[in-house]
Design a protein around this ligand. Structure first.
Ligand code: GLA
Length: 381
């Protein structure tokens, strides 16, 4: 964590120093780890994210134009009507535009942003940002949006405005999470169920940052859509790949070209792992939960091909040092690995630090994750 305390306190200080006046209000939203259910949200399958106790905070006050500053970056004045330019402030503009479409954007605003969610680490920093910005801007406009609308606004900002063809898992976690629980979310029905989660969980940041994530993610999504269109020749009413089911998998694999079949295999089996994880957690069976994490990682590595060498190494080392389970979390092509150490295993896992240093050539950031709550107004004083 950087100097100056946690993100909300730093956002408030940054506001005062950048804009030479106090902020009027403060909002924050969390990052997340996804326990299991990767690349399922945009394929109509269930996901099981956990919001983490690392947040992005936005301090705000009304202004005539839209002016933004973020920790470690320059101050910018953005024109919400101008074309987006591949700049970090695009996410802010995207959120403003999505609010404006609902008559819920202020005329202008000064914002200061601070975050404890590392960017590009697979921890949904962009959803934490867009949800927190949307919450703050709507409040400035005198509107209190419900969590569902915040999800829609944040998703439109990223999907429609910035152009990352993401699903709605990250925004849903950032808006709806409840402390102490994972959030089982089923995108086709919109159903959300809290799953109590109190096992220790660690995050190991590989330090590898996905560049051009939109490129990778959009490509995988297009591949899944191609597979769906091909499978609809056989099953015309198949709504999404997540609805295929294990019974039809073998036939589906035969119908698809060899390069495409593994993507569908991942979606079908990962869907099964989400349900199995929910049952394992319900029984308190951390051994079974851990095995599902390892299986999920192998599926990302071999079938969905969204892992990276450093994440594969971290998972392998965690397994060798006695973790119950580990897998790459989030979109992939870099990012963070989550590790389930299991009771009493923390001692043995302490050998993991030196092993990671030797393998990666540097000490990765490791921290314990505690399931946190979603977006909220922070006290300004
Ligand atoms: C990114 C996207 C999510 C989801 C994950 C992969 O985080 O924003 O919608 O698809 O990747 O599970």
């Amino acid at each position: 964590m950087s100097q100056g305390g946690r993100a909300p306190a730093r956002a408030r200080l940054l506001f005062a120093s950048a804009w030479r006046r106090p902020a009027q209000l403060l909002s924050s939203a969390p990052g997340r780890v996804n326990l299991i259910g990767e690349h399922l949200d945009y394929n109509g399958g269930p996901v099981l994210p956990i919001a983490i106790d690392r947040r992005t905070a936005v301090a705000a006050a009304p202004a005539r134009a839209l002016r933004v500053v973020s920790e470690g970056r320059e101050r910018v004045t953005v024109d919400p009507d101008a074309e987006l330019r591949g700049h970090w402030s695009d996410y802010v503009v995207g959120a403003w535009r999505a609010l404006a479409r609902r008559g819920a954007a202020p005329a202008g605003a000064r914002l200061a942003i601070a975050s404890d969610v590392p960017a590009g680490a697979g921890l949904a920093s962009s959803a934490a940002l867009t949800v927190a910005v949307a919450h703050a801007l709507a409040r400035l406009a005198g509107r209190t949006l419900d969590a569902e609308t915040l999800v829609d606004v944040a998703w439109e900002a990223e999907h429609d405005e910035v152009g990352v063809r993401c699903g709605r898992m990250d925004q849903t976690a950032a808006a709806h999470a409840v402390a102490g629980s994972a959030l089982l979310y089923d995108p086709p029905s919109g159903e959300r169920t809290l799953v109590p989660f109190d096992a220790p969980l660690w995050v190991i940041d590989t330090g590898v940052r996905h560049r051009l994530l939109a490129g990778h993610l959009n490509e995988r999504r297009a591949e899944c859509e191609t597979a769906l269109l091909q499978l609809r020749r056989r099953w015309p009413r198949l709504a999404q790949l997540g609805a295929l089911g294990t019974r039809r998998l073998a036939e589906a694999e035969r119908l698809l070209p060899a390069w495409l079949a593994p993507r569908v295999r991942h979606v079908v089996r990962e869907t099964g792992r989400v349900h199995a994880m929910r049952e394992a957690l319900g029984r308190g069976d951390l051994g079974a939960a851990g095995a599902l994490l390892f299986a999920g990682h192998r599926s990302l590595r071999d079938d969905f091909q969204s892992s990276c060498a450093a994440a594969d190494q971290v998972v392998e080392l965690a397994e060798r040092h006695g973790a119950l389970g580990a897998r790459l979390t989030g979109a992939g092509w870099g990012g963070a690995v989550l590790v389930l150490p299991g009771p009493g295993e923390a001692g043995r896992l302490s050998g993991l630090g030196p092993a990671l240093r030797a393998a990666l050539g540097r000490a990765p950031a490791v921290w314990r994750v505690r399931p946190a709550g979603g977006v909220r107004a922070e006290r300004i004083a």
